[in-house]
Every structure is written in structure tokens, then in C-alpha cells.
Design a protein around this ligand. Structure first.
Ligand code: NAP
Length: 435
């Protein structure tokens, strides 16, 4: 029997567990450990609440967990309740699937002013992550600056712009829906430090902006290269740029929509200013060098705004004793191998890029490495050893069966038209499993 511990119950963790199940059959015991009492990581608290079809992949993870050889061990924080090296003593392989839940730092003067929020916090807030339930973003802001031209920036703008009716069918948490209902936002500006040909927004997600009930995307023709240049783009990117061009064509018909979502390209934020809170963002115009990197032109202007949401990517939090690549914000690894018996997968391995599905081949690849490295017989104790340590330390782990009780309670308290009303407090989650 092989014993594998996976830290993190998001997509990378579950695909790795599925791969281990397929490769080793009954000859493996996998424990998926998570600091929250609820599973699925990014699917639950990262994927936008109005993208339920993406969230439906959790059913596949549930199937993985229903096998006897995979166990969910929630409410256990690695690094606090148990260390990585203790886990390495107990398991043949320890796989870090901890994702990239922390924001890349917006390293400009004034970024510590109230009203400057990282996307991890804002997304966590509307998705009911316990760490961010008390965020209280200043939604009395009339003008919001969103830094970054990626899909997270798009999610954030769409959530800010939607009407209450447009959230029907979503699982946005009640506190966020109530706050957004009273929002005063009328202008949302995306600041992209490069141009339309360098965006990181994918076509389907970008196209949704044109369908919003009360918001209209705004682009400036002069920011675009010659239309003939689009032919050089790879097909996905070409589709995205076509959406941007179409926003301009459709602009006249959308004029009645009161909220503007403005694309400000070649725009690099350099300072946040305000008396005790955000009042404006100082932005420098950029141009591209030969390597398509943005360089400042020296021309600066002020964008009045009362909230700044930085959507410039994420990083994996380091864990004591685990080699870490600071520049890239992920564990130092060679194709998923960190140290003998210690592996990483998903965003913790690659950095925050790709779709949910990208984690699948990643999960299968790490299990191949484990297979090459550990052989078939084990002298490790595995599960009973973990249970004994947790019991000794008074840590109350949450099982998958417990999670199903929590889920039942979340479904039971859902508002009309919503699949669930998430608990946002850990104590409430734990209490719900006993109902
Ligand atoms: P991302 O795709 O890497 O985009 C980050 C954006 O921030 C880029 O436009 C980047 O510009 C900009 N940026 C980085 N550092 C900056 C700085 N210091 N100042 C100004 N701008 C800066 O990251 P993301 O949006 O966080 O998304 C993470 C991953 O999740 C992506 O793979 C994304 O596709 C995926 N995701 C997918 C979905 C979906 O499929 N529905 C939804 C959300 C997220 P440069 O290009 O110039 O570096």
C-alpha cells in the first residue's frame, strides 16, 4: 500500500487524487488535507459565482472522493496543526496543491490606502471565503479602477456591473449581493499596461461584457493596431481582439446603459493618492519596446476613483522548510519534484496560469513522478498516524461525509433561484455538520 498526502482540495489536489486512484487502484490511500472545513478550493471561492457551469466540475471531484481510497481531511492547517516534515514521516509522498491564494503585491506608493483591494480579497468576499467576509469594500465609490487585463479583472468588473436580476442562478453570497444592490458604481476603468494585442482576457469571458444589462464596454479606436495585424495573433487571442473591436462598433447602440466599463490601454498605475482613502490613481502612459514590454513615456495623468482593485496575478504562500522561488511566487521545483518525497502541482508548481482543466494533466504527471520514485511497498504509517497526531493535538478534522451535511444545510438555506447560500464562518460550517 502506498500512502499519499495531498495538501489542498482544489482542482490540482483532486485531479492528483483521481490520477493516483487510476494508477494504483486499491493499492493507494490518499488523504486530501485542507485548512477549510469545506472542499474544492478555487472552485468554491475563486471561480465567479455567475459561472456555475465551471463550478459544476466539483461533481467530478466528489466522485473521486466517494472511492474508499480517497479521504478528505478538512479543518487541518499544514504548518500550524501539523508540519510538512511530519507529513513526510507519515506518507510516501506529500503533494503541495496549495494553489496561489495570495495577491501579487501592487508595489506602488499609496497602495496601502483604504480602498485599495487585492483581487484575492475582493473575489473571496463575493464568493464567501471566511478570510474575506468582513472586507466591506467601499461600494459608495462612483469610479473604480481595476488594474490588470486578465480574466480575474473581467470577473471583478462583471460582478460590480451586474444587476440583482443578473445574479439569479448564481451562488454569490448574500452579504455581497446586498452590498452590490446598493452600489453607486457608474464607471469602471481597466488599466492595462500594454495594448489590445497583449491582453490576457479569453474570448468567452470578454464577450460577456457586451451582454450586461446596464453596463457597456468602451474602447478607443486609436489604441488599436491596424486591423490587418490581427491576422498574426493566435486564434484565441484574435477572437478576443475581435470582441474588443466589436465593442466599438456596438458603442452607439449601448449608449443607454448607464455604467461604463472603460478599457484604458498603455496605462501603468504609478501612485495611489488621497487623504486617508483612495481619491485618485496617478497613471503613466506607456509604449511597447521591441520585446513587447511596457515602458513609461513620462506622460502622467490622474484618474479620479474611490476604489482600486488590483488584479495583477497571484502567488503561492511559502511554507517553512519548503524551497521557494520568490520571483515567481511558487515552490522551487523540477517538473513537480521539490525534494525526495515532496512534490507540487497546479498553481503551486507552475504559477497562476491556465484554466481549471490545465490542472488535470498536471495532476496525472505528478502521480507518474511519484510512481517512478516510491516503488510499491511502503514502510510508512499513513492515515492512522495522521489521525493519532491530530487527536493528540485536539484538532477536529472534518470528513467528506461532514462536508455533505454542510452542503445540505447550505442548499436548504439558499435564497430563491440560487443553488446554495454558503456559510462564510468556519464555526458555522463546523456546527452545520452536526445538524
Ligand atoms: P493574468 O491572466 O496573469 O493577468 C494579469 C494581468 O495583470 C495582465 O494583464 C498583466 O499584464 C497585469 N499585470 C501584472 N503585473 C502588473 C503590474 N505590476 N502593473 C500593472 N499590470 C500588471 O492573471 P489573472 O487575471 O489573475 O488570472 C489568473 C489565471 O486564472 C489566468 O490563467 C486566467 O485565465 C485564469 N482565470 C480564468 C477564468 C475563466 O476562465 N473564466 C477566470 C478567472 C481567472 P502583463 O500582461 O503586461 O503582464
Amino acid at each position: 500500500m502506498r500512502h499519499i498526502a495531498i495538501i489542498g482540495s482544489g482542482p490540482a489536489g483532486y485531479y492528483s487524487a483521481e490520477a493516483a486512484q487510476r494508477k494504483f487502484g486499491d493499492d493507494v490511500a490518499v488523504d486530501i488535507i485542507d485548512r477549510l472545513p469545506v472542499p474544492f478550493g478555487l472552485i468554491r471561492t475563486g471561480v465567479a459565482p455567475d459561472h456555475q457551469s465551471i463550478k459544476a466540475v466539483s461533481r467530478r471531484y466528489e466522485k473521486t472522493n466517494l472511492g474508499d481510497n480517497v479521504r478528505f481531511v478538512g479543518n487541518v492547517t499544514v504548518g500550524q496543526d501539523i508540519t510538512v516534515s511530519e507529513l513526510q514521516d507519515l506518507y510516501d509522498a506529500v503533494v503541495l496543491a496549495t494553489g496561489a491564494p495570495h495577491d501579487r503585491e501592487l508595489d506602488i506608493p499609496g497602495s496601502d490606502l483604504p480602498g485599495v483591494i487585492g483581487s484575492a480579497a475582493f473575489v473571496g468576499w463575493y464568493n464567501g471565503h471566511p478570510d474575506f467576509r468582513d472586507l466591506d469594500p467601499p461600494l459608495d465609490a462612483r469610479s473604480v479602477a481595476i488594474i490588470g487585463n486578465g480574466n480575474v479583472a473581467l470577473d471583478v468588473a462583471r460582478i460590480l456591473a451586474k444587476t440583482e436580476d443578473e445574479f439569479v442562478g448564481s451562488d454569490i453570497v448574500g452579504h455581497a449581493l446586498d452590498a452590490l444592490k446598493n452600489s453607486k458604481v457608474e464607471k469602471i476603468t481597466f488599466l492595462g499596461r500594454r495594448g489590445p494585442h497583449q491582453i490576457a482576457m479569453t474570448p468567452k469571458e470578454l464577450g460577456e461584457l457586451a451582454l450586461l444589462e446596464r453596463a457597456r464596454p468602451v474602447v478607443e479606436a486609436e489604441d488599436f493596431p491596424d486591423p490587418g495585424d490581427d491576422a498574426m495573433l493566435e486564434p484565441g487571442m484574435r477572437k478576443s481582439v475581435t470582441h474588443l473591436r466589436n465593442f466599438q462598433i456596438a458603442a452607439a447602440d449601448a449608449r443607454h446603459k448607464p455604467i461604463e466599463i472603460i478599457f484604458d490601454f498603455f496605462a501603468m498605475p504609478v501612485e495611489v493618492q488621497g487623504e486617508g482613502k483612495v481619491e485618485r490613481l496617478i497613471v503613466e502612459r506607456t509604449e511597447l519596446d521591441q520585446n513587447l514590454r511596457s515602458i513609461g513615456t513620462g506622460e502622467r495623468y490622474a484618474l479620479d476613483c474611490q476604489m482600486v482593485i488590483s488584479c495583477i496575478g497571484y502567488r503561492t504562500p511559502p511554507i517553512e522548510g519548503v524551497p521557494y522561488e520568490h520571483g515567481r511566487g511558487r515552490f522551487a521545483n523540477s517538473d513537480g519534484r521539490i525534494l525526495p518525497g515532496l512534490y507540487c502541482v497546479g498553481w503551486a508548481k507552475r504559477g497562476p496560469s491556465g484554466t481549471i482543466g490545465t490542472n488535470k494533466p498536471d495532476g496525472f504527471a505528478v502521480v507518474d513522478k511519484i510512481d517512478e520514485d516510491i516503488g510499491s511497498s511502503s514502510r510508512k504509517v499513513g492515515r492512522p498516524g495522521l489521525d493519532a497526531l491530530l487527536a493528540e493535538r485536539g484538532v477536529e478534522a472534518v470528513t467528506f461525509r461532514d462536508w455533505k451535511k454542510i452542503e445540505e444545510a447550505e442548499i436548504a438555506r439558499a435564497r430563491d433561484g440560487s443553488p446554495r447560500e454558503k456559510f462564510t464562518d468556519i464555526a458555522e460550517m463546523i456546527a452545520a455538520r452536526k445538524t
